[in-house]
Design a protein around this ligand. Structure first.
Ligand code: GDP
Length: 195
């Protein structure tokens, strides 16, 4: 995908009506600080269009970035804030569930996992939840530049085992620093959205 145009087109709060965009959408989920904003900015070739590291307590929104007037990258609110209250967690869950249930144009869900860390219980829950809603998540192992090349396979194996990925599930390592993995992610998005 050659990025000619990228704009934050729609922001949905907890009670907003979800849009019927009529264009293919791919969504990104992951715990806060995993590198989701950095990935989305990297995919769009923008430095700071997607907000980075939203603070706990800040409004949680689903952000729709329109690319070339032909598709959307959808930034789902991050999870795993230590300070989140059960009520906030419930709101967050309902919002994501509503999106996964109602979007007519959602073609794929990417789940981001920090390549250095064993997936958390929340990550496993998110993976299960995406599956449950009828999508086969594609895993992006973020912050690739933070580990030695010799460690990559071992770290990917830990992720694969902890999430109990099926054999065919893709894991793509990505670095926001070097942009390694970017082309592969776009190729996949292009093929999933029929571009
Ligand atoms: P978000 O909360 O998931 O949106 O995470 P951010 O994109 O804001 O990233 C959290 C922190 O990790 C920031 O300080 C980023 O600069 C850093 N970060 C994100 N991706 C990478 C990466 O691929 N490599 C390195 N070295 N740092 C990264």
């Amino acid at each position: 995908m050659i990025i000619k145009n990228a704009v934050l087109d729609i922001v949905c709060g907890v009670t907003s009506t979800l849009p019927d965009t009529g264009m293919p959408e791919v969504a990104f989920a992951g715990k806060s600080n995993v590198g989701k904003s950095s990935l989305i900015n990297g995919l769009m070739n923008r430095k700071a269009l997607a907000r980075t590291s939203a603070q706990p307590g800040k409004t949680q929104t689903i952000n729709f970035y329109k690319i070339n007037d032909e598709m959307f990258l959808v930034d789902l609110p991050g999870y795993g804030y230590a300070k989140i209250t059960p009520a906030e967690k419930e709101k967050w869950g309902k919002m994501i569930e509503r999106y996964l249930h109602t979007s007519k144009d959602l073609k794929a869900v990417f789940l981001l996992i920090d390549i250095r860390h064993k997936p958390s219980a929340n990550d496993c829950q998110m993976y299960e939840w995406i599956l449950h809603n009828g999508y086969e998540p594609i895993i992006i192992a973020t912050k690739l530049d933070k580990i030695k090349r010799s460690q990559v396979q071992k770290c990917l194996k830990v992720i694969r085992e902890e999430l109990k990925l099926t054999k065919g599930t893709k894991i793509i390592p990505y670095s926001a620093e070097t942009k390694q993995g970017r082309d592969e992610i776009w190729e996949l998005i292009d093929s999933l959205t029929g571009q």
